[in-house]
Design a protein around this ligand. Structure first.
Ligand SMILES: Nc1nc2c(c(=O)[nH]1)N[C@H]1C(S)=C(S)[C@@H](COP(=O)(O)OP(=O)(O)OC[C@H]3O[C@@H](n4cnc5c(=O)[nH]c(N)nc54)[C@H](O)[C@@H]3O)O[C@H]1N2
Ligand SMILES: Nc1nc2c(c(=O)[nH]1)N[C@H]1C(S)=C(S)[C@@H](COP(=O)(O)OP(=O)(O)OC[C@H]3O[C@@H](n4cnc5c(=O)[nH]c(N)nc54)[C@H](O)[C@@H]3O)O[C@H]1N2
Ligand code: SF4
Ligand SMILES: [Mo]
Length: 875
C-alpha cells in the first residue's frame, strides 16, 4: 500500500511543498508538487522533481565511525562527549566549537545552539549561514531593529516593477522565478530589471539588464536615493512619521551621484541607469529581490542598507506588491536565524544583551554573555590551535569556505574533529576523527522556515538507512553525557518545537518580531498535521502574518526605522598586474552546493557534467585560452583546472566558475581554494564573488574520456572529472604520462572480461578502444593529444541501447556517429533528456519562434520549466 505524505523540499529557500507517494516496500518515492502549498502551488523545479533518485543508499553513512573503525552509537557518543568535556576542563569552554548549517531542521538547530551557548557556555556556534545570509541579517537589524523579511511571495503577483539584484533566481529560486514569469505573462505591464555583472538565465524575462561592475551596487542605490530626492519622489509623510536618520543618509550622497557619475562607477551606460531610476521613481509597487550578489561582499551589509534606504524613502515596504525582499538560500536558513544559529545571536531573536531572559527560560546560569567567533575567524582559531575540538553538522566547509586549502589544513591540524553527515565520503568527512551518521531528508521529522517566513513540516517518508539517527537526537545524547540531561529531556521533535515556540513568546510583549507563542502548547497531533504558516503566530496573528512594517511599527528602541548612511567601498582585493581578472563564483541550475546529493541523480548531472570557466571572448584571446580547452585559474590563495567556455554573457575582465565540484568528483575542481577570505566588517560574511585571479592554458600531453557502466578508480590521469549518468559513468581525463595499454589497465579493474576493439594512430597520438558485453556497449575510451575527441554525446546515447546496430558497432572507433546517426548535443532539458542539437534542428526545420512550440514538438521545457531560458536563448 502506497501512502501519500506531505513534506517540504530540502533544497532552496523557496520552500516548496511536496506530495510524496511512498512505496515503503520498494524503497521508492514518486515526487510531485503539493498543489495546496502556498510557496509553489504544485510546481517543482528540476532538483525537487529528482528527489526520488537521491534516496539511494550509495555512499550513505550507515554506522558511527571512531578513528576509522565502525562502532556502536554508545561508543561513538561516549568518545565525543568525553573528549569535548576533557578539552573544556583543560582549556576552557571557548576551546570547543560547533559549525552548523541552514540545512538542519529548526529542532536540530535549536538544541545545538542551546547546548553550546546555554550549557557549554561558549558563543562558538556558527553556521554556513554566515556565508549566505549574514549581510541580510545585519542590514535588517540595522534598519528595522530586527531580522525581519517584510514581504511575501504573493507580492510577485501584485508588483509592477521587480528588481533582481545579485540573484539568478531562474536557477537558484526556480519556482519563484516561474511564478514571476507567470505574473509577467498575466500582466505585461510588469517590468523586470536584473542587476548582475553576468547575463544570466534570469535575464530571459528582463526588460532591462544592468551588467554593473562587480561590487558596485552601493553606488547604484545611493545614486537612486539621490535621484528620488531630486525628483520629489520621496514619501515625506512616511519618512517623517516612521523613520530616523534620513538627513544623514542624504547628507552622505550630496555630491558624486549624478547619473553620469554613477554610470561611470558602475561601468554602465547613462541611458540604462536613467531608465532604471526612472522606472523606480514612477512605479508605485516595486519589489527588490536580492541574494548573494549583494550578501557575499566585503560591503554586503552596506549594500543591503543602500537598497532598504530607497524603499524606506518611498514608504514602499511591507505593502502589497512592494518592499525589499531578501531571498534566503538554504531550506532552513530562516529557521537557523530564528534559533540563533549565528555566533552573535542568542535564540528566538534575542540579543546577548538580554542573555538573562534566555538564562531564566533555559534555567542556564552558565549561559554565555558574549558572541562567539564567526565562521572564517572560527576556522582561523582552529588553524591556530586555539579551538581544539570542533563538531561540524550538515555542511562541507573544506569545499564551501573561502581559502579552502587553509580550512583543510586547519582540520588536519585539529585535535578532534566530529562530523555528522548522511554521506560517507565528502571532502570534510575525510578529515573527521568521529563520523556520526545523520538521517537524511526522507527519514527525519521537523520544521523549516522559507524566505517568506513560512514554517512548514518536513515529514519522515522512509525507514532510516542503517543506523542513522536524527540530528536532534545525536545532539541531545551528547548533552546528556556532558551532564545536562535535565535540560535536554526530549522524546521527539515536537517537544523541542514547543519549547522553541514558548521561548519566542517569553518576556516578549511585542518587542520581538519572532513570536510563535501560539504554538507553544501544540499537541503531537497538531504538530503532525501542521499546515504551512507565516510567522508571527501569536494571539494577535493566530493564522500568521503576511507582511510587516506597512504600519510603520519597527522593532528599534524608538519604534522607527533607521536610514543608514552608506559610503560605498570597492571590494578589498583589487585586480593587479599579476592577477588581472575578477573571479565570480555561484550556482548551476541542477546541482546543489557540494553535490553530495544532487550528483547521485543521473538526471541532474546531464546539464553540466564538468566544471567550467566562463570567460569573455576578448579575455580568452588575450590570455590564449580556446573554447573547450582546459585552463588553470590561479589566485594568491590557490588554483583549479576547468574547461573553458567562451561567452559574451560575461563582462570583460570577469570570469565565473560554478561552486559545486569537490575532490570527490574532480581532481582540481575545488574553487573554494582560490577564494579570498576577506569578510564584511559588520556581518563577517566572506567576499565570495570577487577574487583577483589569472588564467593560463593547461596543456597536458594527452586528453581523453571514459564512458563506462562501471565505476572506475583512476590512477592514470593527472586531471579527472567523474559524473554519474544514465546507466554509465563519464570520466573526463588529461595527463602527462600516457599508459601504454589503457584497456589492460582498465580491464584489471573490471570483473567481467571482454573483447576490446582498438584503434590506434601512434603518430597522431590518437587512441580509441571499446568493449561490448552481451552486444551492449560496456566501456569506451577516447584519447587524443588535445580536446578533439570522439563524439561524447552520441557515444553516451548508445548506453541506452540493449543491442548496437552493425553500423553503430562499426562506427564505435571512428569517433563519429554513423551516417544518419543522431548526435543530440549537450542536454538542455534534464526532465526529458533533450539535447541542444535536437532542439536546434527542430527550430530550423519547423521555424519555431516560441519555447511553447519546441515543447509541443519535443516536450522540452514542459515539465519543471527550468530550461525555458536556455530554450529561448537557442531560439
Ligand atoms: N540550483 C541551485 N539552487 C540553489 C542553490 C544551489 O546550490 N543550487 N543554493 C541555494 C543557496 S544556499 C543560495 S544562498 C541561493 C543563492 O542564489 P543566488 O544568489 O541567486 O545565486 P549565486 O549564483 O550564488 O549568485 C547570484 C548572482 O550574483 C551575481 N553577482 C556577483 N557579483 C555581483 C555583484 O557585485 N553585484 C550584483 N548585483 N551581482 C553580483 C553573480 O553573477 C550571480 O549570477 O541559491 C539557493 N538555490
Ligand atoms: N565561493 C563560494 N563559496 C560559497 C558560496 C558561493 O556562492 N561561492 N556560497 C556559500 C553559501 S550561500 C552556502 S549556503 C554554502 C553551502 O555550502 P555547504 O553547506 O558546505 O554545502 P552542502 O553541500 O549543502 O553541505 C551540506 C552537507 O550536509 C549534508 N547533509 C544533508 N542533509 C543532512 C542532514 O539532515 N543532517 C546532516 N547532519 N547532514 C546533512 C550533506 O551531505 C552535505 O555534506 O556555500 C558557501 N560557499
Ligand atoms: S524551487 Fe526547486 S529546489 Fe527550491 S524548494 Fe522548490 S523544488 Fe526545491
Ligand atoms: Mo546559501
Amino acid at each position: 500500500m502506497n501512502r501519500i505524505i506531505q513534506t517540504t523540499c530540502p533544497y532552496c529557500g523557496v520552500g516548496c511543498g511536496i506530495s510524496a507517494n511512498v512505496d515503503e516496500q520498494q524503497h521508492r518515492l514518486i515526487i510531485s508538487g503539493d498543489i495546496t502549498h502556498p510557496a509553489n502551488f504544485g510546481r517543482l523545479c528540476s532538483k525537487g522533481s529528482a528527489l526520488g533518485e537521491t534516496i539511494q543508499l550509495t555512499n550513505r553513512l550507515l554506522q558511527p565511525r571512531v578513528y576509522g573503525r565502525e562502532t556502536s552509537w554508545t561508543d561513538a557518543l561516549d568518545v565525543v562527549a568525553d573528549t569535548f568535556s576533557k578539552v573544556i576542563a583543560e582549556h576552557g569552554q571557548d576551546a570547543v566549537a560547533f559549525y552548523g548549517s541552514g540545512q538542519l531542521l529548526t529542532e536540530d538547530y535549536y538544541v545545538a545552539n542551546k547546548l553550546m551557548k546555554g550549557f557549554i557556555g561558549s558563543g562558538n556556534m556558527d553556521t554556513n549561514s554566515r556565508l549566505c545570509m549574514s549581510s541580510s541579517v545585519a542590514g535588517h537589524k540595522r534598519a528595522f531593529g530586527s531580522d525581519t523579511v517584510p514581504n511575501c511571495y504573493e507580492d510577485y503577483e501584485h508588483a509592477e516593477l521587480i528588481i533582481l539584484i545579485g540573484s539568478n533566481a531562474a536557477w537558484c529560486h526556480p519556482v519563484s522565478f516561474q511564478r514571476i514569469r507567470a505574473a509577467k505573462e498575466a500582466n505585461p505591464a510588469l517590468k523586470i530589471v536584473v542587476i548582475d555583472p553576468r547575463r544570466t538565465a534570469s535575464c530571459d524575462i528582463a526588460d532591462l539588464h544592468l551588467p554593473l561592475a562587480s561590487g558596485s551596487d552601493a553606488w547604484l542605490f545611493n545614486g537612486l536615493l539621490s535621484y528620488l530626492y531630486n525628483h520629489n519622489a520621496l514619501d515625506l509623510n512616511y519618512i517623517q512619521a516612521h523613520t530616523e536618520g534620513f538627513g544623514s543618509a542624504l547628507g552622505n550622497i550630496n555630491h558624486g551621484y549624478s547619473i553620469e557619475q554613477v554610470a561611470e562607477h558602475c561601468q554602465l551606460s547613462v541611458q540604462d541607469v536613467q531608465r532604471f531610476y526612472d522606472w523606480f521613481t514612477t512605479t508605485n509597487k516595486v519589489l527588490s529581490l536580492y541574494s548573494q550578489g549583494i550578501n557575499q561582499s566585503s560591503s554586503g551589509s552596506d549594500k543591503v542598507n543602500a537598497i532598504i534606504n530607497c524603499h524606506l524613502a518611498t514608504g514602499r515596504i511591507g505593502k502589497i506588491g512592494s518592499g525589499p525582499f531578501s531571498l534566503t538560500g538554504q531550506p532552513n536558513a530562516m529557521g537557523g536565524r530564528e534559533v540563533g544559529g549565528l555566533s552573535h545571536q542568542l535564540a528566538a531573536h534575542i540579543e546577548f544583551s538580554d542573555a538573562d531572559t534566555v538564562a531564566r527560560f533555559w534555567n542556564a546560569p552558565n549561559i554565555t554573555r558574549e558572541a562567539g567567533l564567526p565562521a572564517v575567524a572560527l576556522f582561523d582559531a582552529i588553524h591556530e590551535g586555539n579551538i581544539k575540538a570542533v563538531w561540524i553538522m550538515g555542511t562541507n566547509p573544506v569545499v564551501s569556505l573561502p581559502n579552502a586549502d587553509k580550512i583543510k589544513q586547519a582540520l588536519q591540524r585539529c585535535e578532534f574533529v566530529v562530523v555528522s553527515d548522511c554521506i560517507a565520503d565528502t571532502d570534510t568527512t575525510a578529515l573527521a576523527h568521529v563520523l556520526l551518521p545523520a538521517q537524511g531528508w526522507s527519514e527525519k521529522d521537523g520544521t523549516v522556515t522559507n524566505s517568506e517566513r513560512r514554517i512548514s513540516r518536513q515529514r519522515a517518508l522512509l525507514q532510516p538507512a542503517g543506523n542513522a539517527q536524527p540530528d536532534w537526537w545525536i545532539i541531545t545524547q551528547i548533552a546528556h553525557r556532558m551532564g545536562f540531561a535535565a535540560a535536554f529531556n526530549y522524546q521527539s521533535p515536537v517537544d523541542i518545537f514547543r519549547e522553541h515556540a514558548a521561548l519566542s513568546g517569553f518576556e516578549n510583549n511585542g518587542q520581538r518580531d519572532f513570536d510563535i507563542s501560539a504554538l507553544a502548547d501544540m499537541s503531537a497531533t497538531d504538530y503532525e498535521q501542521f499546515q504551512p504558516t507565516q510567522w508571527p503566530i501569536n494571539t494577535q496573528y493566530p493564522q500568521g502574518r503576511a507582511r510587516f512594517f506597512a504600519d510603520g511599527q519597527f522593532f528599534t528602541p524608538s519604534g522607527k526605522a533607521q536610514f543608514i548612511a552608506v559610503t560605498p567601498r570597492p571590494p578589498v582585493n583589487a585586480p593587479t598586474a599579476d592577477y588581472p581578472l575578477i573571479l565570480n563564483t555561484g550556482r548551476l541550475r541542477d546541482q546543489w552546493h557540494t553535490m553530495t546529493r544532487t550528483a547521485l541523480a543521473a538526471k541532474l548531472n546531464r546539464h553540466k557534467p564538468e566544471p567550467f570557466i566562463d570567460i569573455h571572448p576578448a579575455d580568452a584571446e588575450q590570455y590564449g585560452v580556446s573554447a573547450n580547452s582546459l585552463a588553470m585559474l590561479e589566485s594568491e590563495w590557490g588554483s583549479m583546472i576547468a574547461r573553458v567556455q567562451i561567452t559574451d554573457n560575461q563582462t570583460e575582465d570577469n570570469v565565473f566558475v560554478p561552486m559545486h565540484w569537490t575532490a570527490q568528483y574532480a581532481s582540481h575542481g575545488r574553487m573554494g581554494a582560490l577564494v579570498n577570505p576577506e569578510v564584511d566588517p559588520i556581518s563577517k560574511q566572506p567576499e565570495s564573488k570577487h577574487t583577483p585571479v589569472r588564467i593560463k592554458p593547461y596543456t597536458p600531453l594527452w586528453q581523453g574520456f571514459i564512458l563506462s557502466r562501471h565505476e572506475i578508480q583512476l590512477t592514470e590521469a593527472d586531471y579527472w572529472i567523474k559524473s554519474k549518468l544514465d546507466g554509465f559513468y563519464r570520466y573526463e581525463l588529461a595527463g602527462n604520462t600516457l599508459p601504454d595499454n589503457w584497456h589492460e589497465s582498465i580491464n584489471s579493474k573490471l570483473d567481467t572480461p571482454a573483447q576490446w576493439q582498438e584503434y590506434r594512430d601512434s603518430a597522431k597520438g590518437i587512441y580509441r578502444t571499446a568493449r561490448l558485453v552481451n552486444k551492449q556497449l560496456d566501456t569506451v575510451i577516447s584519447i587524443a593529444p588535445n580536446h578533439h575527441l570522439a563524439e561524447r554525446n552520441w557515444l553516451s546515447s548508445l548506453f541506452a541501447k540493449t543491442e548496437l546496430t552493425k553500423a553503430e558497432h562499426k562506427a564505435l572507433l571512428t569517433g563519429k556517429p554513423p551516417l544518419g546517426g543522431a548526435d543530440v548535443g549537450a542536454i538542455i532539458c534534464a526532465c526529458f533528456n533533450v539535447g541542444e542539437k535536437t532542439i536546434k534542428a527542430a527550430i530550423k526545420e519547423h521555424g519555431f519562434t516560441t519555447h511553447q512550440q519546441i515543447g509541443q514538438c519535443l516536450k522540452a521545457g514542459t515539465n519543471c520549466g527550468s530550461c525555458v531560458p536556455e530554450l529561448k536563448a537557442l531560439l
